[in-house]
Design a protein around this ligand. Structure first.
Ligand SMILES: [Zn+2]
Length: 416
């Protein structure tokens, strides 16, 4: 069986024939020459219509999927057409590649698929190519995917942010979190109102107006924009963020009190208590339980803050929004009398967002923000696997590539 037979089986295009396959002079590459089929008419790459021939450019090399340790190149002399429609001499369109890149579409799809499993650097090493070519491949596939994806009906979205570089550089991520499909819909550079506005513009009024549930944390500008654009939607506050904020407050109380006790020369009972207090009490070992019980005997602000935090967990057990509301009000009342400022701050914020929190119960807990949290963890893993250059563009491509569930360009054969 000849190599040409195999290539014809997996990578065949109308109007073109594989002419001959041979080794390059250094025997590291296989070169397959391609020719236009006799009497076939070239297609203008600008208007995508057949046009009369004009001349032929020097032979070009298009990199194809490597085979058994050999690089593989398609060699083809592109024709130029004298296109009357475009009123210009234009280079022809070839189905295996585009005008600018040296990689064939098949190889780009191949590399991009591997780049979802491995880091881009590992992909480049595995196929003895460069990081830049992997970047090109992913960019091609993601751009195609974004142009061809269908948004369909989106019922629920979750909004979150992740830090991508030092110095408070944040990305805003919007996910679709429907029961049947979870995917990354949109990435905004930085966490600003202007950038978040871009999401609503990108999705279009038609899609936005049909959104029923929105999950997000308590960053006020986000809430405001969501209220403006999705006035019909139930806004659900992110349970994870409430818990995280509470842990932060508790940590602050503990740190302050530890410092104060040290200054007053009192026994350092709070030392090494951080994880004891931040962890859910159910997740403590027997030894740690004992220490916690010991600690709880002291009448410390930290201890009282801890008990408030633990008591708050009960909120999530409720099924009825009315009872959850009663519990929330009572918890806030108690906390406001606690004279622990960081906890009082939380209580005030919860009071301000009371209706949003109760929406969580109105939505019957179907759309727990755990989904958003799970997606965000995947996003962080994707970022960690990056990627040579940590620029915004690289992250944007990597995130869409791994979380966007984008459609892929058609392929003549499943090479991978
Ligand atoms: Zn044309």
């Amino acid at each position: 069986m000849e190599l040409i037979t195999i290539v014809n089986r997996c990578h065949r295009f109308r109007g073109f024939v594989y002419h001959q396959a041979r080794f390059s002079s250094d025997h590291k590459s296989i070169e397959i020459s391609v020719r236009p089929r006799k009497r076939s008419i070239a297609v203008c790459s600008r208007c995508h219509q057949p046009a009369p021939g004009y001349d032929q450019l020097p032979e070009r090399r298009f990199e194809f999927i490597p085979l058994w340790g050999f690089f593989v190149f398609l060699l083809y002399a592109m024709r130029r057409v004298d296109c009357r429609r475009c009123g210009a001499v234009v280079v022809e369109q070839v189905p295996w590649g585009d005008g600018k890149r040296t990689l064939t579409r098949a190889y780009m799809l191949f590399l991009a698929r591997w780049a979802r499993r491995l880091s881009w650097k590992e992909t480049a090493e595995a196929f003895r190519t460069s990081w830049e070519k992997v970047f090109d491949a992913v960019e091609h596939v993601v751009t195609w995917g974004l142009e061809h994806r269908s948004l369909g009906q989106i019922d629920a979205i979750g909004v979150d942010e992740i830090q991508y570089a030092k110095g408070h550089k944040y990305l805003t991520l919007v996910y679709q979190i429907d029961i049947g499909i979870t995917r990354l819909l949109w990435i905004g550079k930085e966490r600003t109102i202007e950038s978040f506005q871009g999401f609503f513009t990108a999705m279009g009024k038609d899609v936005i107006s049909k959104i029923v549930f929105v999950c997000s944390d308590m960053w006020e500008p986000y809430l405001k924009l969501i209220r403006e654009h999705c006035s019909e939607a139930l806004h659900i506050l992110d349970r994870f963020h409430i818990v995280a904020n509470m842990n932060k407050a508790l940590d602050q109380v503990r740190a302050e009190e530890t410092g104060r006790m040290k200054r007053e020369g009192r026994a350092p009972v709070l030392n090494k208590s951080r994880w004891l207090l931040l962890r859910h009490s159910e997740n403590l070992g027997a030894d740690q339980h004992f220490r916690l019980r010991d600690l709880l005997r002291y009448n410390l602000k930290t201890v009282r803050a801890y008990l408030l935090k633990e008591a708050f967990q009960q909120l999530w057990e409720y099924n009825s929004p009315a009872w959850a509301g009663k519990f929330l009000d009572e918890w806030c009342r108690q906390t406001m009398r606690s004279r622990i400022e960081p906890m009082k701050k939380i209580a005030r914020s919860l009071r301000n967002h009371r209706e949003l929190i109760l929406n969580y119960f109105r939505a019957q807990k179907l759309l727990s923000s755990g989904v958003v949290e799970g997606l965000n963890n995947k996003a962080k893993v994707t970022m960690r696997k990056s990627y040579g250059f940590r620029t915004y563009r690289v992250l944007e491509l990597a995130l869409y590539h791994s979380l966007g569930k984008l459609p892929e360009p058609e392929s003549t054969h499943d090479f991978f």
